[in-house]
Design a protein around this ligand. Structure first.
Ligand code: PXP
Length: 236
């Protein structure tokens, strides 16, 4: 299984002082050096962490896969079409949220999602939809023309007890099976950490896990190189 590291929180720390450090570009280079399969960043409409300049620099230096998380707003779509990340992951975005709260509602926004999937795909960008592990959303993602999905692992990660975690894990497994059966590539992420990731790695059909906050938090104590290596050991 591959690991994609989300480096947004390196930029969050930089933005705490609106300065130059820590530099998410150096973080991306370090992640790649120790073996991550992709670099993930989210250019939010409010630019609260990653900014346009970071994205341009990341496009220049990332040699594995640059995965841009993005909303379907025209401003961000235009930027994606210009920067041409290897992959775009469409996510819902609310200004007041602390982090991406739920999956994209592909059913409610079907026409717009399908339009964005088409325009990004025509430019050679692989498009993934970040959705909740629910059958109707998985089927809608396929209908919208996506070739891959990222299943939201938040409910599993935030489970209050073992039986809830077990139930959410079963839901993830069923969702992965369904998605693979209809020809979608499957990624997963959100809220995964050094304790809860193992069970998810046992779902073999998931190709890639995207993890951010827990790795950057661990990096504060052990350094980013070590934090990424520790997660790579668990994921591989
Ligand atoms: N995948 C997606 C689509 C996300 O929006 C995020 C959070 O930015 C992540 C993965 C990583 O989540 P976490 O920071 O909780 O590991």
């Amino acid at each position: 299984m591959n690991l994609g590291v989300n480096i947004d929180h390196v930029a969050t720390l930089r933005q705490a002082r609106r300065g130059q450090v820590p530099d998410p570009i150096i973080a991306a280079q370090t992640c790649e050096k120790v073996g991550t399969a992709s670099i993930v960043c989210h250019l939010r409409q409010d630019r609260r962490h990653i900014n346009d300049h970071d994205l341009e620099k990341l496009r220049q230096i990332v040699t594995t896969k640059l995965n841009l998380e993005m909303s379907c707003t025209q401003e961000i779509v235009d930027i994606a079409l210009e920067v041409l990340p290897d992959q775009a992951t469409l996510v819902p975005e609310k200004r007041e949220e602390v982090t991406t709260e739920g999956g994209l509602d592909v059913i409610a926004h079907h026409a717009r999602v399908a339009q964005v999937v088409k325009s990004l795909s025509l430019s050679g960008i692989m498009v993934s939809l970040f959705i909740d592990p629910e059958k109707p959303q998985i089927e809608a993602a396929k209908q919208a023309g996506a070739s891959c999905i990222e299943l939201h692992t938040g409910k599993y990660a935030n489970a209050r007890n073992q039986s809830e975690a077990k139930r959410e894990l079963e839901i993830l497994k069923e969702s992965v099976k369904l998605a693979r059966n209809i020809g979608l590539q499957v990624f997963a992420g959100h809220g995964l950490n050094y304790e809860n990731v193992k069970k998810v790695t046992e779902i073999e059909e998931i190709e890639e896990l995207n993890i951010g906050h827990s790795i950057i938090s661990r990096a504060v104590f052990v350094g980013i190189e070590c934090a990424v290596k520790e997660m790579l050991t668990l994921v591989k």
